[in-house]
Design a protein around this ligand. Structure first.
Ligand code: FES
Length: 149
C-alpha cells in the first residue's frame, strides 16, 4: 500500500512538472509573434474640395473629426476627447464640449475646462493623387495650420 501511494505521488509530481513545462514551452513559442497587431491605416478621403463651401463645418462621424473650411483653407480637428476618448459635440459659438465628464474646448480645440489633459488634435490634411481632400488621423499638425486648396 505505501508503495502505491508513493508511486501515485511520484506520477502526480511528474505529470505536474510535464504540464508546467508544456505551458512554459507554449509561452516561449508565442513570444516572437507581435502581441499587438497594427490597425488599419487611418487616412481618410473626404472627396472633392470644391464640394465644401467657405465657412463650412462638417461633422465626419465615421472618421471622428470635424472638417472646417474658412477663407485661409481647410483644417480638421479630431472629435475624440483627450480625456477618455468620448466624442465631443461642436457649436460655432461655444466650441467643443464633451458629454462624458464635461471637458470644454474653445473653437480651435484648446482646453478651457474639465478633466481633458490636452486640446483636441489638429490633423494633417493633403490632397490625394486623385485630387480628393484627405486627412491623416495618425498625424497631428500645429494648431491653426490651414491646408490651402
Ligand atoms: Fe471627455 Fe472625459 S471623455 S471629459
Amino acid at each position: 500500500m505505501p508503495d502505491t501511494r508513493r508511486d501515485f505521488l511520484g506520477l502526480a509530481a511528474l505529470w505536474s512538472m510535464a504540464g508546467a513545462l508544456g505551458v512554459a514551452l507554449a509561452g516561449m513559442l508565442r513570444l516572437p509573434k507581435p502581441a499587438v497587431l497594427p490597425g488599419p491605416m487611418r487616412v481618410f478621403k473626404l472627396g472633392d474640395p470644391a464640394q465644401y463651401a467657405v465657412g463650412a463645418t462638417v461633422k465626419m462621424d465615421a472618421e471622428n473629426l470635424y472638417l472646417f473650411r474658412d477663407e485661409k483653407g481647410f483644417y480638421a480637428i479630431s472629435s475624440v476627447c483627450t480625456h477618455l476618448g468620448c466624442i465631443v459635440s461642436h457649436s460655432e459659438q461655444e466650441g467643443f464640449a464633451c458629454p462624458c465628464h464635461g471637458s470644454k474646448f474653445s473653437t480651435d480645440g484648446t482646453v478651457t475646462g474639465g478633466p481633458a489633459p490636452t486640446g483636441l488634435a489638429w490633423l494633417e490634411m493633403s490632397l490625394s493623387p486623385d485630387g480628393q481632400l484627405q486627412v491623416n488621423a495618425e498625424s497631428e499638425v500645429q494648431r491653426g495650420t490651414r491646408f490651402p486648396v
